[in-house]
Design a protein around this ligand. Structure first.
Ligand SMILES: Nc1ncnc2c1ncn2[C@@H]1O[C@H](COP(=O)(O)OP(=O)(O)OP(=O)(O)O)[C@@H](O)[C@H]1O
Ligand SMILES: [Mg+2]
Length: 401
């Protein structure tokens, strides 16, 4: 029996292929059942965040009174009332409409460049996808238009946004055909909306692994092909304020293409000596790689490049020591906030959700985690806005420029 072949394989004999296949089937069954439980009664992930008028006022940047007044004089639609006659709570779409009416939506100006941010480190498991999805959702809550491009065949961001990459994503709907076929570098075919207002996604699935070979084959004798992803991202970026790239954890063709496509870089690094060493290697690699690419394809700078400490457990002296050392080494090139290791991120993960999707929680752990994410993402938002010339006078006025 296939099931027993692995369990009883105490000798060094061969593990049968059908045993591995049964293991894989069982793992996929668990995922399907987990999705059915957490997305019940439907089969799709729904994100239905509701905000009170006080929260809406804070998000819109006007007082509750100003919102009530606009509802009364018809500039805003009348609020939806529940059976008790109280406001039902505003959706993010309604809050964005309020921002448009009051002129407080913080989008980039028509001459500001779309920010194309890669969250990259060749090391695996450092928090790239977790950070990417939480940045995307923080920015969407602020009213920015965001796209996430999942460039990793492990499809973590795709999964976090609620898709089952094995079933709901076809190879043709990922970046794969873009790397496989010649033709105009246009990525619009792969963009789809998500359960999140303001966030679109180019999903990934396991088949995207093939793109490594396709891109490597294309590169031979044709260094310009490394710029194909950059041109593809530029073909769609105009519709967004920020495009986030979630690359695979390896130095391969896709990772190089991502470095070339990005105009800003975040380098997540957990506070361990091994991870720090990986980041030091990563920095050396990108210097060498960018030099070579520059020779073939021309210079391309970053609006910003920052190291960010991730998965930091402040209860561990080793973590805080290494983080302090990182601050001493990287100085202003490191974000002052760190992504703290948090049970809340794990709890959200178990439910195939992010911290920004958990609602109705007022526990201390939740508040701490949410405040930590907001502070970190606030720093990133400021760096993004500094890249936009039309925001500079406002930032100076606020003392942030
Ligand atoms: N701050 C955190 N607190 C607790 N768990 C975290 C935190 N950040 C990430 N994790 C967990 O660590 C694991 C790896 O995170 P993630 O997938 O974001 O890393 P990654 O760098 O994208 O990995 P890969 O290199 O495989 O793409 C996930 O299970 C994630 O839930
Ligand atoms: Mg990842």
């Amino acid at each position: 029996m296939a099931k027993l072949a692995i369990a009883e394989n105490t000798t060094a004999g061969p593990i049968l292929l059908d045993a591995l296949s049964a293991l894989s089937d069982r793992a996929h069954d668990v995922i399907t059942r987990l999705r059915a439980t957490v997305f019940a009664p439907g089969e799709e992930k729904l994100v239905d965040l509701r905000f009170t008028i006080t929260k809406a006022a804070e998000m819109v940047g006007r007082t509750s009174e100003a919102i009530r007044q606009a509802e009364a004089d018809g500039r805003l639609p009348a609020p939806r009332l529940g059976p008790s006659g109280r406001r039902e709570g505003y959706s993010l779409t309604e809050i964005n409409h309020m921002r448009d009416v009051f002129g407080t939506r913080p989008s980039r100006g028509p001459n500001d460049p779309p920010l194309i941010l890669a969250v990259q480190n060749f090391k695996g498991g450092v928090g790239k996808s977790t950070l990417t999805c939480h940045i995307a959702q923080f920015l969407a809550l602020k009213g920015y238009r965001v796209a996430v491009i999942d460039c990793d065949s492990q499809a973590s961001s795709t999964t976090i946004f609620g898709l089952n990459p094995d079933i709901e994503v076809d190879d043709e709907q990922t970046l794969l055909p873009f790397f496989r076929h010649a033709g105009p570098p246009d990525l619009k075919y792969a963009v789809r909306s998500t359960a999140w207002t303001g966030i679109d996604l180019i999903p990934a699935n396991l088949g995207l692994y093939q793109a490594e070979y396709e891109a490597a084959a294309r590169l031979r004798g044709n260094p310009q092909s490394l710029d194909r992803l950059r041109l593809g991202v530029e073909s769609m970026a105009d519709a967004y304020d920020v495009v986030l790239l979630d690359p695979p954890p390896a130095l391969g063709m896709l990772s190089l293409a991502v470095i070339r496509a990005a105009n800003a870089l975040l380098i997540p690094t957990p506070p361990s000596t091994v991870d720090f060493a990986s980041t030091a290697h990563f920095l050396r690699m990108i210097v060498e790689t960018l030099e070579i690419m520059e020779g073939h394809l021309g210079a391309r700078g970053f609006h910003f490049l920052r190291v960010v400490a991730t998965k930091v457990d402040e209860g561990k002296s080793a973590h805080t020591q290494i983080r302090d050392m990182m601050h001493a080494v990287f100085g202003a090139d490191m974000l002052s906030a760190s992504l703290l290791d948090s049970a809340e991120i794990d709890n959200a993960n178990v439910q195939l959700r992010t911290v920004y999707e958990l609602t109705g929680l007022a526990t201390k752990t939740y508040e701490r985690c949410r405040n930590n994410l907001d502070r970190l993402n606030g720093e990133i938002e400021l760096l993004i806005r500094k890249a936009w010339p039309s925001h500079r006078s406002e930032l100076r006025r606020l003392g942030l420029g």
